[in-house]
Design a protein around this ligand. Structure first.
Ligand code: GLN
Length: 303
């Protein structure tokens, strides 16, 4: 497989849409990102890595971190977590409050903000430091000790985090947060504010392509849990556009408002594309276009 050629073709496919959409600005620190920026990298299950464009430029991972937080919470605490968070697409924006009241403070899935706050709370209880658990995991899977939290982004999120605070307090009122709300928010903002590049995320997603095995061959999750996370990624990983993403790209994937999308091909590898311009739902326009081209032209597919 000529991965370099496939990635170059994907980059060319994304080029026409670069600069057409704006970066997220509800977190002011993210608004400064260059809408023309683009990078893409893939990592095979045995650690072969290829990249194009700005694949070594760190960006704010944002909601892509929700996937790692979930995997770690399940690894440390097992399936009891599923009593506190559901597995259905929400059909609403990622930061919506609307369903929480009628559904008694149980978020629809772990990849909307409410669900990720519950996952972060669980990970905090299980490890004592949810933020460090995610950062350490990324460093270990990638061999990159430079991965760290961008304090300016975390502060910007905290300073404009009324909606996340509302979600967290609301769930706390239903007894679905066990730690102090401020602690949960701090750890949530911190892991969303991790800066990593396309190579890092493609490598860090490898455990889902290896059916639960980490980069060093040790087991993080059972094969069954890895399958389940991939399934929930396919149905819920790209917010209320998961149907459209499944149609265009056809892979389990997690997007973030920093413009990154990490997609998994079980048994083959993981591929991450990044470009800061977002569509109305909050998914990167350039990354989606590149991933669509890549899956149309390669045999990296689950269908
Ligand atoms: N940290 C962001 C938020 O809470 C993550 C959102 C996202 O990437 N969709 O709003």
């Amino acid at each position: 497989m000529d991965y370099e050629a496939l990635l170059e073709h994907a980059r060319a496919a994304a080029r026409p849409v670069l600069g057409r959409a704006a970066p997220a600005d509800y977190i002011p620190a993210l608004a400064r990102a260059d809408p023309q920026a683009f990078g893409m990298a893939l990592a095979t299950v045995d650690g072969e890595v290829h990249g194009v464009g700005q694949w070594r430029t760190p960006f704010s991972v944002q909601s892509v971190s929700k996937l790692f937080a979930l995997a770690l919470a399940l690894a440390h605490g097992g399936t009891a977590l599923w009593r506190r968070v559901g597995r259905e697409p929400s059909g609403n924006p990622f930061n919506s409050l609307i369903q929480l009241e009628s559904e008694q403070g149980i978020p629809r899935n772990p990849f909307i903000n409410a669900g990720a706050l519950v996952v972060t709370d669980a990970l905090l209880s299980l490890t004592g430091d949810a933020r460090a658990a995610v950062v350490d995991f990324l460093r270990e899977e990638t061999g990159n000790p430079g991965i760290s939290i961008d304090a300016a982004v975390a502060a910007s999120e905290a300073g404009h985090g009324h909606r996340n605070a509302a979600l967290a307090h609301f769930m706390a009122s239903f007894g679905n947060l066990h730690n102090p709300v401020d602690d949960v928010l701090e750890h949530y903002f911190a892991h969303c504010s991790i800066a990593a590049d396309c190579r890092d995320l493609a490598l860090a997603g490898g455990f889902l392509a290896r059916h639960g095995l980490r980069a060093d061959g040790s087991r993080l999750l059972s094969r069954s849990d890895a399958k389940r996370i991939n399934a929930v990624l396919l149905t819920c990983g790209t917010y209320d556009a998961a149907g459209e993403f499944a149609y265009r790209v056809g892979l389990p994937g997690k997007s973030g408002v920093g413009g990154g999308i990490l997609a998994i091909v079980p048994g083959r590898g993981a591929v991450c594309a990044w470009s800061p311009g977002l569509d109305a739902v909050g998914n990167s326009v350039g990354a989606t276009a590149a991933l669509e081209d890549f899956t149309e032209r390669s045999d990296w597919s689950v269908f």
